[in-house]
Design a protein around this ligand. Sequence first.
Ligand SMILES: Nc1nc2c(ncn2[C@@H]2O[C@H](COP(=O)(O)OP(=O)(O)OP(=O)(O)O)[C@@H](O)[C@H]2O)c(=O)[nH]1
Ligand SMILES: [Mg+2]
Length: 624
Amino acid sequence: MGGKPAAASMIIGTAGHIDHGKTTLVRALTGVDTDRLPEEKRRGITIELGFAPLELNGLGTVGVVDVPGHEAFVRTMVAGASGIDVALLVVAADEGVMPQTVEHLSILDLLGTRTGVIALTKCDLVDEDWLLLVTADVKDAVHGTPLEDARIVRTSASKGTGIDALRSELIAAIKSIPAREAGETFRMPIDRAFSVRGTGTVVTGTVWEGSIPSGGTLVVQPSGKTVRVRGVQTHGVDVDGALAGTRTALALTGVEVADVDRGAWLCGDPAWPVTTLMRAEVTLLADANHALRPREWVRLHVGTADVGARVVTRGGALQPGAVAAARLILQEPVLVRAGDRFVLRLASPASTIGGGVVVDPLPPRRRSAPWNRLERAEDTLGRMLMEASGEGVEQELVPVRSGINRATLQALVRRPDVALSIGTRCYHPQALTEAADAIERLVHEGHQRDPLGDGLPVAAVTANVRVSGELAERAITGLCGVGRIERRGAFLTAPDWRPVLGAADADYRDRLLADIRAADAEPPDVATLAARHKRDPVPILRLLEREHLVIPVEADRFYAAEAVDRLVTRLRDGMTEEREYNPSELREVLGLSRKYLIPFLEFCDRKRVTERRATGRVRVAPTA
Ligand SMILES: Nc1nc2c(ncn2[C@@H]2O[C@H](COP(=O)(O)OP(=O)(O)OP(=O)(O)O)[C@@H](O)[C@H]2O)c(=O)[nH]1
Ligand SMILES: [Mg+2]
């Protein structure tokens, strides 16, 4: 690979009505004729996106994207315009402002293009008076758009005038905007894919964010295929890697041309999910001439993709000029991040009706209220974490869902009043407080409902409070640390909690214990006790078990502790070391009936008093 320094990270994109001289101007600036297709030559119009490197003094090489002006190719124009930094709006002096001048301007506005330069082309065809009129019209047209303050440069390709002035204005425009974020995850919408003999699959695009070195690994979305970058070129020159804001060609291994068409994305993070549901702020153009009916299907253009979309807002139809928070349901998955811009178009009659900004590309499937954009990163993050509550948000999805850049986010999540990171997830600090309160409440409710119970099983917490296991654990540790609850084995109790027996319970306890003790080696089971006393004995038996007064030798049969001790001693004393005993021999030792014998021997196996072998039981030497 070449190892040349990367090009300047800025993209200029043309815009303007058909035949107004965009391609001619790009050639005058760069020397490249971007109309390469035979059909383009024959018809004298641009059909496909064109790309050319532009040398600018002091800035190096920037990329130029030339778009078609024909009204039938607006979707191609949108794909070309979606990655640009600086617009070059072209208006032919002889025709002035025309329908696609206006439509392209709307698209630039919707896509968030920050600045631009206006070229009045074909100035050789008109006189000064006419030029003044057209200039006034152009100023009207750009009023209220990002090109409102753009410089207007008079050019003539046939006379070769105005090109240097245009160059200077482009330099000034580029210098007026900040460079793209470099520290983000690599993302590039693909605008072309072809196969080169000896190289294989090559894709091109404008890198939106991040960077990728030659040799790196990427994922193609929405197909999910992993690919390796064999080589990187910018403007036909081998470079070490692809940088945000550059026109880039990537040679890929691991994928066929058919799998990486226009509309697909290359992404640096395999964990970045595609989506078919998002929250967005939608704007309908004031001159849209079309109200968007509830649940009406439109085309959504984002990156180089173009998918069917349904805009769901609260209330009725969206009127031209309206701005509304909406949920967008897509027919095909896209790879988007909060802050991404999109354009909405009608398929027929083909027209641009509006667009908007992605607010959250991965909202909960259900009950997600539409959200407006918020100004401050802190508020955006706070709202998302509040919604996620005790379940939190995967940390690696936070940049995608919030659109907050990495550096800002890193600083934000370190603030304990803003976010709490546990394991792989991020929580609102309030989620911890709420989880702790809920758990404490649950513990107390449990004691009230079952005053003789063991307390709240730790395992039951996540089933009752909607929190992740790790947040529950953090809350429990916190509660125990300050003495609000106690952890006793697998149970949570109120601090210093003891089971409270009323007079009736205490009496029942005494009678049960007396029954069991009286029965000695052959006590009644739970059902017998329940029938005898007309009351469920289990809670009291559990209590007696915790007091070490009874032992559940079988699941539903409790023995007095001293009865078990006596039987175990009798068994140990009656067995000789190393000799195997069959059940009837042990029955002799213990003197139990068969019904009691087998469960008791199994109990002894579990307690390692005895060990059951294939041919009989042996005594296990008691450990100290
Ligand atoms: N006289 C004159 N003709 C020009 C000038 N610039 C472009 N043209 C002519 O205008 C016609 C259209 O120019 P293009 O550059 O193809 O226009 P375009 O805007 O790229 O058209 P589309 O891409 O199809 O939208 C061509 O015949 C050009 O030679 C100019 O400054 N003066
Ligand atoms: Mg053209």
